[in-house]
Design a protein around this ligand. Structure first.
Ligand code: ZN
Ligand code: ZN
Length: 339
């Protein structure tokens, strides 16, 4: 910690690929709890916001964090309590919230529009209804993995996959790797397509059979499924080619779950969708109980959390170069910042 007690260091996004480490006032703790950030994971969304320019300038990103209560504010939590934060505020009262589909809350702010005050900073200020207390036995580093794991769990929920089915996962970045780990834990066989060497090796360690794109069968007629067709595929790369190719690997009645975002939109083979009654769905954020489910999985002791998180946490001033290495696919696991 540097500076006077009332300030903190934070990584402020300026313009695509430009971040300043500056001293900002600490968040107030009147209603919000003041929390010292322990770890904050770097998300694919953060890359879009800060490298691709989707973010609002002068924001502080970072939503995959764990931290300890310093000043409880109105939350009533004891100082020192380890917590994780729900990054997306939801109203809890709209039709979709009441149906348990909180990721579709009709009163949520549009992604990327607010000037966020996230956890690529020494402290965050968060209201009590957006905090989840970490159960005993889970370390701060593993706890910071709660949000991406909840995202992956939501995609698996939406797929409706059964334990005796198999799946294809395109992209083995942090979300793809988490999905593979979840499926392996359920005894579900996964085929992974991942061109990066490090990530492909991680997918293998997590239990997937890795295939090169060129090894996948292509059928000439859109009504004809491939020999090794799968009922479920998870697309986590956001790459147009992966979305288009993934659809061709589905068995009749299959479902494609889109998790990776991108701006190079695919050309959908609608004839294949019709002839095979395929479904395509997006998966955004998490189930209403997503954080509790993720923490239960992390705390189970049988989940390969050390494979999924990169061994070296980086300081704030390494955030940008680490993001560039993530973009280049040089870091297979979830990269963590330790502000
Ligand atoms: Zn995230
Ligand atoms: Zn709502």
């Amino acid at each position: 910690m540097t500076g006077s007690p009332a300030t903190m260091n934070a990584a402020v996004y300026r313009r695509p690929g430009e971040v300043d480490i500056v001293s900002l006032p600490r968040p107030d703790s009147v209603t919000n709890a003041l929390i010292a950030v322990e770890y904050c994971g770097i998300c694919g969304t953060d890359l879009h916001m800060m490298l691709d320019g989707w973010g609002t300038p002068d924001a502080v990103f970072g939503h995959e964090w764990s931290g300890r209560i310093v000043e409880p504010g109105a939350t009533g939590l004891d100082p020192g309590t380890l917590v994780v934060g729900l990054p997306s505020p939801v109203c809890g009262t709209c039709d979709l919230c009441r149906a348990g589909r909180t990721s579709l809350c009709q009163n949520r702010p549009e992604a990327g529009t607010a000037v966020e005050r996230g956890a690529f900073a020494e402290y965050v200020g968060v209201p009590g209804d957006r905090l989840v207390v970490v159960p005993p036995g889970i370390e701060a580093r593993a706890a910071a993995y709660t949000e991406p794991l909840a995202v992956a769990l939501h995609a698996v929920t939406l797929s409706g996959i059964a334990d005796d089915q198999s799946a294809l996962v395109t992209g083995a970045g942090p979300i793809g790797a988490a999905i593979i780990a979840i499926l392996t834990a359920r005894g579900i066989h996964t085929i992974a397509v991942e061109p990066g060497e490090g990530r492909a090796a991680l997918a293998t360690r997590l239990g997937a059979s890795v295939r090169a794109v060129g090894d996948l069968e292509v059928t000439a007629h859109p009504g004809e499924p491939v020999a090794e067709a799968v009922p479920v595929m998870f697309e986590t790369s956001g790459a147009r080619s992966a979305i288009e190719m993934g659809l061709t690997q589905l068995s009749p009645g299959g479902i494609q779950v889109l998790v990776g975002t991108g701006l190079d939109y695919p050309k959908l083979d609608t004839n294949r969708i019709i002839l095979n009654e395929l479904r395509v769905t997006g998966a955004f954020n998490y189930d209403a109980a997503g954080f509790d489910d993720a923490l239960a999985l992390i705390g189970s002791g049988s989940f390969p959390i050390d494979e999924l998180i990169d061994a070296d946490a980086v300081p704030l001033d390494h955030l940008l170069p680490t993001m560039q290495r993530l973009r280049a696919g040089e870091i297979p696991g979830k990269a963590m910042v330790r502000p």
